[in-house]
Design a protein around this ligand. Structure first.
Ligand SMILES: C[S@@+](CC[C@H](N)C(=O)[O-])C[C@H]1O[C@@H](n2cnc3c(N)ncnc32)[C@H](O)[C@@H]1O
Length: 372
C-alpha cells in the first residue's frame, strides 16, 4: 500500500496505547478478569474510545463481536445501554454473568451450603478433558458441578459456573499456544481450594465495581445478520477476529465443555478451513472469504447505526504469505458502504515473520474510526 494512501486515510500513531489493545490491563480489573480472554481488548481502551465519541446517551452502544464482554461492562460502569452478540456460547455466557448485579452475602450463603466432604463420583469425561486435568481435578469438577447445578436461581447458578471455569483453567494442564491447545503436566493446586479462592475474590469484586442503572444484553448472534432494527444504535465499539488468526471454537473447547451448548458458525477468518472461489478487491484467494464476511458485517453496522453514529473497530493486519492491510481494506469497504473514515489510529506494529525468524513486512494493529 503506497505511503500517500495511508496519509490520505488520516493515519496517526499512538504506540502508548499498544497495551490497551490487549487483554493485559483487564487482568487487574475486578469483574473484567472473571474470564481470561486472550484475544480481548481492555476496559481502558473502551473508555478512551467512548471519551472520543460524544455518544448519544439515549441510544445503545453495540458490540457485534462482544467476546468476554469488555465493551458491555465498560458501558455498564458509565450507565450507557449496550447490546453484545457473539457466536461462541461461552463468550455470551461470560459476558452475561459479568454484567449482572450480585449480592456478595447471597454468594457466601449459597457456598456455605456446598458439601465440603470429599466423595468419589464416577463421571465419564471426553479425551480433551482427560488431557487437560488430573483425575483429582476431574473429581473436584464433578463434585462442584453437582452442587452448582442444584442452585435454583439461574443468575447465581451461572455465577458459580463461571467461577468453576475460572478456577479450573487455573489448575489445568492445558495452555493456549497461538491457535492450539497444548498440555503440560505440572503440580497444579487442588481445584476445590482454587475454587474457594476464586469465589471469594469474585464475591469481593461484586462490591468493588459500581454499575449505574442501564440496560445491558449479551446474546447469541451473528454479526453478519444482526436481529436489530434499522438506525437503532448510537455507537459501535468492537474488535472482529483478525484474518488468519485463531479458531475460537478450538481454542476455547475446554471452557465450552462446561457450558455444553451449540454455537453459531463463526466468521471465515481462519485461513485453511474455507477458501473462496470468488474474487474481491484483488485480494489473494486466502483472504477473500474473510473480507466478504466483513463486508456483510460493515453493511449491518451501517444499517443499524443512527445518522451521526460513531464506530470504532480494533483490527489487526493479516498475513497470508504477504501482509494484508486489513485496516485500510476495511476503511475502503466502509467508505463504499456509506461511512466516512474519520481516522486510523495505529496502536501497535510488529514484524511478520516467515519461518519464525525472517522478517517479511510490518503488521499493524489499528483502531479504525468511522462515522455514519
Ligand atoms: C477479538 S474477539 C472480541 C474480543 C472482545 N473485544 C473482548 O474484549 O473480549 C472476536 C470475537 O468474535 C467472535 N465471532 C467470530 N465470528 C463471529 C460472528 N460471525 N458473529 C459474532 N461474533 C463472532 C468470536 O467468537 C470472538 O469472541
Amino acid at each position: 500500500m503506497p505511503e500517500d494512501c495511508t496519509k490520505s486515510l488520516g493515519m496517526e500513531e499512538r504506540p502508548e496505547w499498544a497495551e490497551l489493545a490487549t487483554f493485559v490491563p483487564n487482568k487487574r480489573a475486578p469483574v473484567y478478569n472473571w474470564f481470561y480472554y486472550k484475544e480481548g481488548f481492555s476496559r481502558d481502551l473502551v473508555m478512551k474510545i467512548l471519551d472520543m465519541f460524544q455518544h448519544n446517551a439515549e441510544m445503545p452502544v453495540l458490540d457485534p463481536f462482544c467476546g468476554s464482554g469488555t465493551t458491555l461492562l465498560a458501558c455498564r460502569e458509565l450507565g450507557i445501554d449496550s447490546i453484545g452478540f457473539d457466536v461462541l456460547p461461552v463468550s455470551v455466557f461470560a459476558s452475561d454473568v459479568k454484567t449482572r448485579n450480585y449480592d456478595a452475602g447471597e454468594i457466601r450463603r449459597i457456598y456455605a451450603g456446598f458439601r465440603k466432604k470429599f466423595e468419589k463420583l464416577d463421571r465419564e469425561y471426553p479425551p480433551l478433558m482427560k488431557r487437560a486435568f488430573s483425575k483429582y481435578a476431574l473429581q473436584d469438577i464433578s463434585l462442584l458441578m453437582r452442587d452448582i447445578m442444584k442452585i435454583e436461581d439461574e443468575k447465581y447458578r451461572n455465577f458459580f459456573l463461571l467461577a468453576l471455569i475460572n478456577a479450573s483453567m487455573k489448575c489445568s494442564y492445558a495452555r493456549k499456544d497461538g491457535g492450539a491447545i497444548k498440555t503440560r503436566i505440572w503440580k497444579a493446586p487442588p481445584l476445590r481450594i482454587m475454587f474457594r479462592h476464586v469465589l471469594k475474590r469474585m464475591a469481593k469484586d461484586t462490591e468493588k465495581i459500581e454499575f449505574k442503572a442501564c440496560m445491558t444484553s449479551a446474546e447469541a448472534g451473528d454479526a453478519r445478520r444482526l436481529g436489530l432494527e434499522d438506525e437503532s444504535v448510537g455507537s459501535v465499539i468492537t474488535s472482529p477476529p483478525y484474518l488468519n488468526n485463531i479458531d475460537y471454537t478450538k481454542v476455547y473447547a475446554i471452557e465450552e465443555f462446561f457450558i455444553q451448548s451449540k454455537g453459531l458458525p463463526p466468521l471465515r477468518s481462519y485461513i485453511g478451513s474455507r477458501m473462496s472461489e470468488e474474487s474481491f478487491m484483488d485480494l489473494p484467494p486466502a483472504a477473500v472469504s474473510y473480507f466478504l464476511d466483513m463486508k456483510k458485517v460493515i453493511g449491518e453496522m451501517h444499517r443499524v447505526c443512527m445518522k451521526g453514529a460513531n464506530v470504532g473497530i480494533v483490527i489487526g493486519n493479516g498475513f497470508t504469505g504477504e501482509v494484508i492491510d486489513s485496516d485500510i481494506i476495511l476503511a475502503k469497504i466502509a467508505e463504499d458502504m456509506g461511512f466516512s473514515v474519520e481516522k486510523i489510529i495505529v496502536l501497535n506494529k510488529r514484524f511478520a515473520l516467515v519461518e519464525r525468524t525472517k522478517k517479511s513486512g510490518v503488521l499493524r494493529e489499528s483502531l479504525l474510526l468511522l462515522r455514519k
